[in-house]
Design a protein around this ligand. Structure first.
Ligand SMILES: Cc1cc2nc3c(=O)[nH]c(=O)nc-3n(C[C@H](O)[C@H](O)[C@H](O)COP(=O)(O)O)c2cc1C
Length: 179
């Protein structure tokens, strides 16, 4: 199964990217491609810009990545209870090219933050709205208190309960595997 994975954060030190990289190690039977949303940088969405110049190529490139994948693994960073501006911008531009941004793909949605909330607000926004964009959310998991639960040197979760929960949600992504 070809899985496209990314953190919905433009931070070079993104903890959600750390989580994605770790989750990818648990999916070693599969072909996981991790992309960086910084590679899809675009000006802040504006209808004026769209009318004047059209939709930037980066939006189509992002949509193509999704199209070529069988499933998606996304980890959301939370800024003020919401998406990071970087992901929202990418998503908004992509939705102008194709409102069905997630193109019918199965998705596992994760989130993490340094606090006890574990970015649950943005995770809830993402899971509850995915169907409007043709995304089929198979499971979701928020990891609270990231720095307490993740060994940065080893690049892995060190909380065995959370490891089990993560394995379980990842299984729900790959259980439809017919390849
Ligand atoms: C502007 C801003 C707002 C934030 N708001 C929240 C928040 O609402 N909830 C939360 O759990 N963390 C919040 N944080 C802390 C982030 O969870 C933390 O920066 C985290 O590292 C972001 O994920 P990332 O490293 O993957 O980008 C905020 C951080 C910033 C810079």
């Amino acid at each position: 199964m070809k899985i496209l994975a990314f953190a919905a954060s433009n931070s070079r030190k993104s903890i959600n990217k750390d989580l994605i990289k770790y989750a990818a190690t648990l999916l070693d039977q599969h072909d996981v491609e991790i992309i960086d949303i910084n590679d899809y940088d675009m000006p802040i969405y504006s209808s004026d810009l769209e009318e004047a110049h059209g939709i930037p190529d980066a939006a189509s490139s992002f949509l193509k990545k999704i199209e070529y994948a069988d499933a998606l693994l996304i980890s959301y960073a939370e800024h003020n209870g919401n998406y990071t501006v970087a992901y929202k911008n990418l998503f908004d531009w992509a939705s102008r090219a194709d409102r069905e941004v997630y193109q019918g793909k199965s998705i596992v949605m994760l989130s993490t933050s340094p606090g006890s909330g574990g970015a649950k607000s943005v995770l809830s926004l993402a899971t509850e709205s995915a169907h409007f964009f043709s995304g089929e959310v198979k499971a979701s998991l928020s990891i609270p208190n990231f720095h307490d639960n993740f060994d940065k040197e080893k690049g892995e979760l060190n909380n065995t309960d959370l490891v089990s929960e993560l394995r379980a949600v990842l299984t729900s992504l790959t259980s439809t595997d017919s390849h």
